[in-house]
Design a binder for this molecule. Sequence first.
Ligand code: ATP
Ligand code: MG
Length: 563
Amino acid sequence: MNDATTPTAPAATNFIDDIIAEHKRTDRFGGRVHTRFPPEPNGYLHIGHAKSICLNFGTAAKYGGLCNLRFDDTNPTKEDVEYVDSIQEDVRWLGFSWDERMFFASDYFEQIYAYAVELIRKGSAFVCDLSADDIAAHRGTPTRPGTESPYRNRPVDENLDLFARMRAGEFPDGTRTLRAKIDMASPNMHLRDPIIYRIMHAHHHRTGDAWCIYPMYDFAHGLSDSLEGITHSICTLEFEVHRPLYDWFIEQLGVFHPQQIEFARLNLSYTVMSKRKLLELVRTGRVNGWDDPRMPTICGLRRRGFTPESIRAFADRIGVAKRDNVIDVGVLEHSVREDLNRRAARRMAVLRPLRIVIENFPADRVEEIDAVNNPEDASMGTRKIAFTRELLVERDDFMLEPVKKFHRLAPGAEVRLRYAYIIRCDEVVKDADGAVVELRCSYDPETGIGGAQADRRVKGTIHWVSATHGVNAEVRLYDRLFTVENPDVAPEGLDYTTHLNPHSLEALTDCRLEPSLASAKAGERYQFERLGYFCVDPDSAPGALVFNKTVGLKDTWQKTEKQ
Ligand code: ATP
Ligand code: MG
């Protein structure tokens, strides 16, 4: 589809490459590499999923293999087509293509049911009448063996009959399960006769009411992999202890055997990544939907102004590990800053305006000044900006009583206006309460581009917008959603929500932008000089512009790296 799926420079190798190399050496899969990304459609994808997407699609691309998109839709009560749609949109946006290989575990329900019947026939599965509580009580602990279900030795025919009647809808939810017959004394709890089917009279977003029994994830997942001919089933570390079960089902049934490989999930500082918590933030209105720019969801990052390239670069940069770790959110911010520095056009915007009047500049004059669009990329050209008698500058760029080393505007001080002239602040106008409302300034006409004093130096340069030609905008500033590095750790009796940052969103409604931004379209990204990178929000319209701050200019991560 695009360059993300065609390998360019050889990517760095990781432990998964070593496993693939070994498989090639032993000819385990005839040289094939076929992966899959298997989301459960029970929420929107987040940056952790992006890591898995880049790894699965990226590994396939690296070896000229294939990667499927498979929805693991075995839990109808939590799933929804809204999620199915958003997941496809997000994977595509990241730059990956599954071509025609989009699958659903629910497409295999009939086959998976047949596999279960086969296990029963072999004496490897039985219908159990214990309640969920009883099953839990019988499980034992990691150091103490469990006890066998009294139904464990049901004759095969009785099991076949009961399982068929479970499917036919004869029994209420929770009254019976189908369990694998493995080993109640296994030190691996997952092998203690795990449940493989449960009764659930629930409507499924794809199969409707065709089923009232649903396979458990552990059963459906490996068999779906096998049915699709997946060679390398890459999953997160918590599934390492499930691998013996994954292998057991496949071996019992004698079907194609993929290799499960575990890697460390992505954890980010100042971020919660659990879908349950993200859903809760949305449902309780603590954020404005899944695509709130403060969310670590892919749609949130997109709305915030992240590029797919920056997310892929982030995934490459952090690599894949076999041990759990926490990545500094600054690494993610660094990736988008680096990408936007190359690509985003520069513009001037004043977020908290202070009016200045250039008293020696005629009221009816408009000077069109050339400004470069991107000093990193000359091909992006220049644009015209209007210099007029009345201008707006940032309130922060003025101090009535300047502190040491403040090289911006102050009474009597000189400063250069970016791309334009040096001005001096001659008079400060205050209102009845003593608040500064306007500065009266004068400009030095010789200090403009091409002027006799064009090179005259002053210590500070500030940005500005014409008060008469600038356009109004709302600019939304974001801070981290949580105030602590690990929001999942909370004091006794409290949860992660206690760490929510009450100042994570600040909407500034009186901002003024240079006129060239009047027709900015949703999704466009700019650098506002001296302020950071900003992206036009989907809520934006001509005459009612809305921008989101993507990230500031200061790189916190590189700084710590260099220390
Ligand atoms: P849950 O299973 O609790 O609903 P999940 O985050 O595991 O949540 P899935 O839809 O099952 O959600 O995930 C799809 C794929 O993304 C899985 O292969 C999973 O391992 C991977 N994945 C999920 N979270 C992360 C993460 N933080 N880092 C890397 N990969 C992840
Ligand atoms: Mg999962």
